[in-house]
Ligand binder design. Structure first.
Ligand code: 9UX
Length: 71
């Protein structure tokens, strides 16, 4: 298991937190995701054989947010 921390800008309420968690958690290889509104981050546990931080970042970006991989 790997962990990616992604900076997410553009979230202003919990509705978007739920939306990102719901959508990203259904992606192949994602084991767990927790999004922090106050911290402006998403922490994602994933299987590196299936996906990676950049792919997950792009998926969040595609939902309309500014996203960058921190770690
Ligand atoms: Mo809340 Mo998401 O106002 O676009 S629904 S941040």
């Amino acid at each position: 298991t790997c962990t990616a921390v992604i900076r997410i800008d553009g979230m202003t309420c919990n509705s978007c937190v739920q939306s990102i968690e719901g959508t990203i958690s259904q992606r192949q290889g994602v084991q767990r995701i927790a999004v922090s509104l106050a911290g402006r981050t998403g922490t994602i546990h994933y299987d590196p054989a299936v996906t990676n931080g950049e792919e997950l970042r792009a998926a969040i970006e595609d939902m309309g947010f500014d996203a960058s991989v921190l770690t």
